[in-house]
Design a protein around this ligand. Structure first.
Ligand code: 5AD
Ligand code: SF4
Length: 467
């Protein structure tokens, strides 16, 4: 019997890339590959890349430089190391990668990774292979199911892609080009995947999609189901105690989603709702399809449905034409909403997007200065939000052993890490914790031991994606 071939995948960027990397492991596992943590030992190294900002893209080329040395060393030892570039840079710059980086054997776009075995065979035959088409078939239909042991090894919290691609075409964003048009997976397919995950220990699901609340998959009744209805269905699956979804577009928040937050205790009261800017002038130039007023209305509707709801967001500073006045409007919006967390980025022109052609660029110095001011404000809100937990009782879903002996780590409803001293048995359970103190972003506390364990309560990081 041939020894298994070793596979190393390095993922950059969003949660969907983490999910896609697991699907590639499942696909190649069926071909006899096993994962290794060390790139140098691997027979196949896959870089699962991100194209959202220039900095993210550049990482690919510097990593390929390192891999060139590892490949040469492997060759000296008589081993044939293959290098593949997958993900959004592969999709956007496939031909350029082949031209610029002779070390790369295979380029495969995010819609084609179910074809990886075939593409690898082609590369073995022809030297190099590239596949960045948007195949008409549903790639999910061709992906092998993860093995029970692999599901268990990946932990109690899992991502599930329910929707992919985006039709919004915000002026700054590459996603509609790299991930293609919006596609939703049918309800029953998602239900089958989730049952399998739950049967193998998964307790928390994050439904992911570049514009997840545009979900409109076919239901078992033949009708198109909105995200809220899908969440209600998934909450019925035994074992699933927490549900989340990411990333949403403010314009696609419909009544079904609001109702799900009202009706489902398992749906966590923490919503990632990117706004990008607090200036209507900039939102319009960004082609966001919503105003500041629309955004505040959506937040109000969520808050009316569930009092304890909290929000995170994405912001871009220095979009072309952004004045100090526009930026002040962003700060004002952040102050008004009060976020539990948020991501902020300097605008990065992306080739092929309409904004990349815009002339009125903001200077690097202004961008830097605005980013610092915005991040300071967001940090102070996050600290206030975290400090407010001290002295209260919070529900924590325990995930794994902590770094210190005897410590178990979990997350609150708001994704705050929480640490307690306890036995391993609590992993997979939602238990109340009395929060004593805060260490950076983590809550430290004690199990409220007098309370009965609520194992399977009825039914209940990384950067962000899209929307
Ligand atoms: N420049 C800077 N940030 C961007 N994002 C998307 N495109 C760009 C860009 N060209 C940010 C948005 C989005 C998040 C995933 O990345 O804030 O919500
Ligand atoms: Fe789509 Fe979000 Fe990108 Fe806009 S920012 S095009 S909504 S993925």
């Amino acid at each position: 019997m041939k020894p298994p071939r070793k596979l190393h995948i390095k993922s950059y960027g969003c949660q969907m890339n983490v999910y896609d990397a697991q699907r590639m492991v499942d696909t190649l596992g069926a071909e006899g590959f096993v994962e290794t943590a060390k790139a140098e030992d691997a027979d196949l190294v896959i870089l699962n890349t991100c194209h959202i900002r220039e900095k993210a893209s550049e990482k690919v080329y510097s990593e390929l430089g390192r891999l060139r040395l590892a490949k040469a060393q492997a060759a000296r030892a008589g081993r044939d190391m293959r290098i593949a570039v997958a993900g959004c840079v592969a999709q956007a710059e496939g031909d350029e990668i082949i031209r610029r980086a002779p070390v790369v054997d295979v380029v495969v776009g995010p819609q084609s990774y179910h074809h990886l075995p075939r593409v690898l065979q082609r590369a073995a035959r022809e030297g190099r292979a590239i596949e960045t088409e948007f195949p008409p078939q549903d790639k999910f239909a061709f992906l092998p199911q993860p093995k029970p042991d692999d599901i268990r090894a990946r932990g109690i919290s899992a991502f599930v892609t329910v929707q992919e691609g985006c039709d919004k075409f915000c002026a700054f964003c590459v996603v509609p080009y790299t991930r293609g048009a919006e596609v939703s997976r049918p309800v029953e397919k998602i239900v089958d995947d989730v049952k399998r995950l739950a049967d193998n220990g998964v307790r928390e699901l994050t439904l992911i999609g570049q514009n997840v609340n545009a979900y409109h998959g076919e239901g078992p009744d033949g009708r198109s189901w909105p995200l809220g209805k899908l969440l209600l269905r998934l909450a019925e699956i035994p074992g699933i105690v927490r549900l989340r979804y990411s990333t949403s577009h403010p314009r696609d928040v419909d009544e079904s989603l609001i109702a799900a937050h009202r009706e489902l205790p398992a749906l966590m009261p923490f919503v990632h709702l990117p706004v990008q800017s607090g200036s209507d002038r900039i939102l319009s130039a960004m082609k966001r399809k919503h105003t500041v007023h629309d955004y505040r209305n959506v937040i109000d509707r969520f808050r009316a449905a569930r009092q304890d709801i909290a929000f995170s967001s994405d912001f871009i500073v220095g979009f072309p034409g952004e004045t100090e006045e526009d930026f002040s409007a962003t700060l004002a919006l952040v102050t008004q909403i009060g976020y539990a967390a948020a991501y902020s980025f300097k605008y990065s022109p992306r080739p092929g997007t309409p904004a990349a052609e815009m002339q009125e660029t903001v200077s690097a110095a202004d961008m830097d200065e605005r980013l610092v001011r915005l991040q300071k404000l967001i940090d102070s809100q996050q600290s206030a939000f975290n400090s407010a937990a001290i002295g209260t009782m919070v529900d924590v879903l325990f995930e794994r052993a902590g770094r210190n002996e005897g410590q178990i780590v979990g997350r609150t409803a708001y994704l705050q890490p929480a640490h307690v001293m306890a036995s391993h048995e609590i992993i997979g359970q939602v238990l109340p914790v009395r929060v004593d103190s805060l260490e950076r972003y983590s809550l430290l506390g004690e199990l409220a031991a007098s309370m009965p364990a609520r194992t399977l309560r009825t039914v209940s990081s990384q950067t962000t994606i899209g929307a």
